[in-house]
Design a protein around this ligand. Sequence first.
Ligand code: R5P
Length: 291
Amino acid sequence: MTKLSVICGKASEDLGKKLARKVKANLVRADVRIFPDGESKITLDGEISKKKSIVIQSTYPPVDTNLIQILSMISKAKETSSEVVTVIPYMGYARQDREFLPGEIVTMKVLAKLFKGAGASEIIAVDIHSLIGLKYFTIKSKNISAIPDLVKFFKKLSLKNPLIVSPDQGGKGRAKEFAKKMGIEYIALEKNRDRKTGKVKIKTKKVDVVGRDLILVDDMISTGGSIINATKFLKKEKCNKIFVACTHALLMNNAEKKIKKSGVTKIVSTNTIPGKTSIVDVSDTIAKAIV
Ligand code: R5P
């Protein structure tokens, strides 16, 4: 009889397989068909443990499709397993964690109810945009950091007098932790985002980065706006190479090309979102958080 199963959604197939191997679980695959009207038809293939299941799927675009799929998988797992640990490596909607403008819906509050209602016993996220999002969950919830995995990668590069840079004040803590683990210094730029148009601007006056290699650290890249603005500013200040380290690379609307064009040498992200830049594996870190 299966003691532990990993039910792996299509959006996190590779990461799910790696996780199943690491926690020595039976892998349950999801066969997904998308009907012409956009509905998902999911069939699970494999034995589900009566004791404990781990359901894993990131909710990157198509966000709502991936979301309904993971909710459905949790619900199916709960029919058999008494415990359903839910891993959402990239948590979509995490930036919608407070009412910035009057009338805005805090979608993270809605998600907290949906995941509990579907049957999740515990939620694990990797570098969720802000911990505020997890406060709405009334079941056990945990955020794990991919910084040690990213740092391991960057420690292998030979960089010129490197400096960690956060593109905004909100990411200062992340930059500080990254810098501490690298054993180097950090700075945090000041960024302004227009809440209506989404446009970002750097407010910082001057920084001393002349001739230094920089690692821009962020939790996620969506349109690339934050990274491109920071890169343009830092290039004007005559830095040497700019690398980007982020956990979740969504890279919407040709963002990778635009970021490279602005002067970034390399984008390094993790496999919470599969793609060309996701060269850092976080399956080990997730496995350690589960067992
Ligand atoms: C913002 O607070 C986040 O940490 C990211 O900097 C931001 O969400 C990235 O979005 P974009 O790539 O569209 O600027």
